[in-house]
Design a protein around this ligand. Structure first.
Ligand code: UDP
Length: 253
């Protein structure tokens, strides 16, 4: 039997060659990383949950006409995706002050922003993903003006959709990060939401209690990340109501 070809291995996912040209298989690992890889644990079941959650969000986006790379889920840890050319920028949308924005501008965590704010960070781990402006992006050619307009539009449509979905289950979408890729169709390109949408890349606070249901649980040692993600999946109807939370973390370093 032929072994499939690994195309790329990142911190939380592996990409394998897909069954047809232009497709890839995205495998979700249990590795959980924070602070530019300084904190690393394997949390059993996290990859399974993120595969299901990302499927749920990407499917929902596709359904309302926001294009994504997602084709279909294949099994517990894998999904079939369109191969895209990833734009080397992380696109962050913020509705309330938290994390690096709260620190940078001296805002109290949770302060409502006057409007959703879209920010760009260069995808470069060695540099710690520095924030960049549209001027830098245009000058260094990471994306053109049309791309920038399209990226902002995609990011804001994701924000509307995700914000609504979370609001419906009593959760506040504080901020999130997406990655965007290009798909070529002959001489034409279009931009699609790529990578994953999961609690690894969002800040999600329970509206009533303020409880965190995202990766800050891991970053700030607030309890079991698997329990938080399972609770989120249950509320969204991605996991059955009675399913038991998934396991304990294994410390790597
Ligand atoms: N984020 C991410 N990957 C990163 C950096 C940030 O997914 O490499 C997400 C993060 O989970 C949060 C949002 O982007 O939902 C904004 O993060 P922020 O800039 O406040 O950085 P942080 O405080 O997380 O370092």
């Amino acid at each position: 039997m032929a072994r499939r070809k690994k195309v790329y291995e990142g911190k939380a996912k592996i990409l394998y060659e897909g069954p047809e040209p232009g497709t890839l298989v995205q495998y979700f690992k249990d590795d959980t990383i924070a602070f530019n890889s300084q904190k690393h644990e394997v949390i059993e079941g996290k990859g399974v949950l993120n595969n299901r959650l990302s499927e749920f969000f990407m499917d929902g986006l596709n359904g309302i006409g926001v294009p994504t790379h997602f084709i279909r889920r294949l099994n517990m840890r894998e999904q079939l995706i369109r191969a895209v050319e990833i734009i080397p920028l992380e696109v962050v949308v913020r509705n309330r002050a938290a994390g690096s924005l709260a620190k940078r501008l001296g805002l109290e965590e949770g302060t409502v922003l006057p409007r959703p704010i879209v920010e760009f960070y260069l995808k470069d781990d060695a540099l710690g993903n520095p924030m960049v402006t549209e001027e830098h992006i245009a000058a260094f050619g990471w994306a053109g003006q049309q791309d920038l307009d399209d990226m902002v539009a995609l990011a804001l449509r994701c924000n509307d959709f995700l914000g609504g979905v979370f609001m419906g289950v009593g959760i506040r979408l504080v901020d999130f990060r997406i990655e965007i890729g290009r798909i070529w169709d002959g001489d034409y390109q279009r931009l699609v939401v790529a990578d994953e949408i999961s609690p690894d890349n969002c800040r999600l606070w329970d509206i009533k209690t303020g409880e965190k249901l995202d990766k800050d649980v891991f970053r700030q040692d607030l309890g079991s990340l698997a329990d938080a993600y399972s609770e989120l999946a249950r509320r969204l109807g991605v996991l059955p109501k009675m399913s038991t939370p998934i396991t304990k973390p294994t410390l790597i370093n």
